[in-house]
Design a protein around this ligand. Structure first.
Ligand code: ADP
Ligand code: MG
Length: 606
């Protein structure tokens, strides 16, 4: 098929874009219901545009950027066409990776949940026998990776005699991963009379070759770059020299302040270096690349889904097709080597209906690629410049003021109002306020930094550590924030203030990083002290002072009867003597925090 022939059949624009709703698609009620439950309000452009052709049983080549809802574009009609009463495989979806096979299976079975459609994911690295059992139990839709599907075909454990539809999902990825032979062999073994659907973000030559071999008169439907990209993703670039990328990356992050981000590197080594550097700079980062075992990758992915990690540093291969739609930014730490690479990467953000931002560090060598990006995909990256230190500081300060306003803006006026007024007019007003602010903001940071120092220096498998959230077991003891006099309940003001003002930073600096022995030794003289584990920490917005105040209020114990408090990202440990242990344990479990009760249990002994 020559280029011009190919373009001829391309249906770039079906004239006046009709607004189609799921209701008007004449779908079965159970499907409409399921889509509603999935939060799909209306079809995305690629779903609208491919619908008629797919329903009519024609072969389709569909091109749309990553994140535009291609899965449901074939998933919805497939589920509609399946006869749930039948026990043989009606549709086969080939995907490039296991993660994608799982993701597609998940989505298709959600769409089909009220129609009794049965699905299975078939991929390598999982038990063959279990897959055979699953297939034999009678599934109608299979999503699988080419290698494993072919294995099943060769062993005769999957039969496709009744197959009606084959889908090549993320076809460009599959081909670029070298699956062309497997795909051909699979298709050759399928019934001749079937519908074939090909979904892809880009249509490179090898796809044209494959499609011309297997698909005669296909409808070629493409949702163009501007239609999708410009609408959902904003593309920014920063010109950098390329000589000190980690530093530039942090500056870019400080300027953009993304809530969360997928950071792309071109090599596997880079992912680790960059993740480490980000951690050192105070960000919650992890890396993922194909060196990680499947198990570890899944751990990283689930902690991403749970929001435990804000920055995921990845290679293209590791990030393929993975749905990380809640991440707000994609950052190209290194500019991708191909234009398709750029499209795939940036498609990871701003998924259907949500806005996203793509930010690229661009060196002089990348300028040529930018030009082609504009030419081929009509993508224009908006250039931004790194703000000067001052600008960054002002931005941070304004954010901190917001934070303070959020926290104290609605506070009742109370007894400290008078004091505040006096402080404001005091000759040392600026210094006093600065000191208070330092305590307020730096307290948390000290804890965080010391944890990162540990990560950076000593623990080899930082990803695992990160995942388990098991910074907790690291035997470093962080001190409680000094409890300011006024934070203690008035009737408890007999609490000696010195008791609360324990040494603060000294121990942080001397805390051993590798072994627990010294830290243990330091604790022994404290006698019968045990720790209570609390399931919330600094990142959850908990403050030591608040926690202590509540415990004091609920138990009636003086603050001095409580030992050290270490507050970590997502957990807190309170040292309590045996005598008061149960009382404090009960009290903590009664504290309401963000609309739930805190969970408290005896901490495991280190
Ligand atoms: P693609 O295959 O084009 O990269 P996906 O099929 O993975 O994109 O879809 C991206 C995300 O958008 C998924 O989280 C999916 O559940 C969601 N999505 C798909 N269609 C819709 C829709 N009509 N409305 C809302 N969200 C959708
Ligand atoms: Mg997809």
């Amino acid at each position: 098929m020559t280029n011009s022939e190919f373009e001829q059949v391309v249906d770039e624009d079906q004239g006046a874009e009709e607004e189609l709703s799921f209701e008007s698609m004449k779908l079965d009620e159970p499907i409409v219901k399921a889509l509603g439950e999935m939060g799909f309000e209306k079809p995305t452009p690629i779903q609208t545009r491919t619908y008629e052709s797919v329903m009519a049983g024609r072969d389709v080549i569909a091109m749309a950027q990553t994140g535009t809802g291609k899965t449901a574009a074939f998933g919805i009609p497939l589920v509609h066409k399946v006869d749930p009463e039948r026990r043989d495989v009606f549709a086969l979806i080939l995907t490039p990776t296991r993660e994608l096979a799982l993701q597609v299976t998940r989505e298709v079975s959600q769409i089909g949940r009220h129609r009794g459609v049965r699905t299975a994911a078939i991929y390598g690295g999982a038990s063959f026998t279990n897959q055979v059992k699953e297939i034999q139990s009678g599934v109608q839709i299979i999503a699988g990776t080419p290698g494993r599907v072919l294995d099943h075909i060769r062993r005769g454990t999957i039969r496709f005699e009744k197959l009606g539809v084959v889908v090549l999902d993320e076809a460009d990825e599959m081909l670029s991963m070298g699956f062309e032979k497997e795909i051909s062999e699979i298709i050759d073994g399928l019934p001749k009379k079937k519908q074939m659907l090909l979904f892809s973000a880009t249509i490179p030559d090898d796809i044209r070759r494959l499609s011309s071999r297997y698909m005669g008169q296909a409808d070629v439907i493409s949702v163009s770059g501007d239609e999708v990209a410009a609408k959902d993703v904003t593309h920014y670039m920063y010109l950098v020299s390329g000589t000190n990328r980690p530093v530039d990356l942090v500056r870019v992050i400080e300027a953009e302040r993304p809530e969360s981000s997928l950071v792309f590197c071109n090599t596997r080594d880079e992912t680790q270096t960059v993740a480490r550097y980000l951690k050192k700079a105070g960000y919650n980062a992890a890396w993922i690349n194909s060196d990680l075992s499947q198990n570890d990758r899944e751990k990283v992915m689930s902690s991403i889904r749970e929001g435990k990690i804000d920055f995921l540093v990845a290679t293209d291969v590791a990030a393929r097709g993975i749905d990380v739609s809640h991440l707000s930014h994609v950052i190209n730490y290194a500019f991708p080597e191909s234009l398709e690479g750029y499209i795939h990467r940036t498609g990871r953000t701003g998924r259907a209906g949500r806005a996203g931002v793509a930010v690229s560090l661009v060196t002089p060598q990348d300028i040529g690629n930018l030009y082609y990006l504009r030419l081929t995909y009509k993508l224009d990256l908006v250039e931004r410049t790194l703000p000067k230190e001052e600008t960054i500081r002002r931005k941070i300060e304004l954010e901190r003021i917001d934070q303070l306003r959020d926290r104290f803006g609605d506070a009742s006026v109370g007894e400290f109002y008078g004091l505040a007024a006096r402080v404001m007019h005091d000759a040392y007003a600026m210094k006093i306020v600065a000191g208070l602010l330092e305590e307020f903001f730096e307290g948390a940071e000290i804890e965080e930094q010391s944890l990162e120092a540990i990560d950076v220096i000593g623990i080899p498998k930082e990803v695992d550590e990160e995942l388990e959230g098991e910074e907790i077991v690291t035997p470093v003891h962080l001190e409680a924030e000094p409890i300011a006099e006024e934070e203690v309940e008035p009737e408890r003001s007999e609490v000696p203030i010195e008791a609360a003002h324990e040494p603060e930073e000294a121990e942080l600096e001397t805390a051993p990083v590798d072994g627990g022995d010294e830290a243990q030794a330091g604790r022994e003289d404290e006698g019968e002290e045990n720790e209570i584990y609390v399931d919330a920490g600094r990142k959850d917005g908990l403050r030591i002072s608040h926690l202590m105040k509540e415990i004091v209020r609920l138990t009636g114990l003086p603050r001095t009867s409580l030992g050290r408090v270490r507050m970590l990202t997502r957990s807190t440990f309170i040292q309590v003597s045996d005598e008061h242990f149960d009382k404090v344990l009960d009290a903590v479990a009664k504290i309401e925090f963000h609309g739930r009760a805190l969970k408290a249990e005896p901490a495991q002994q280190p």
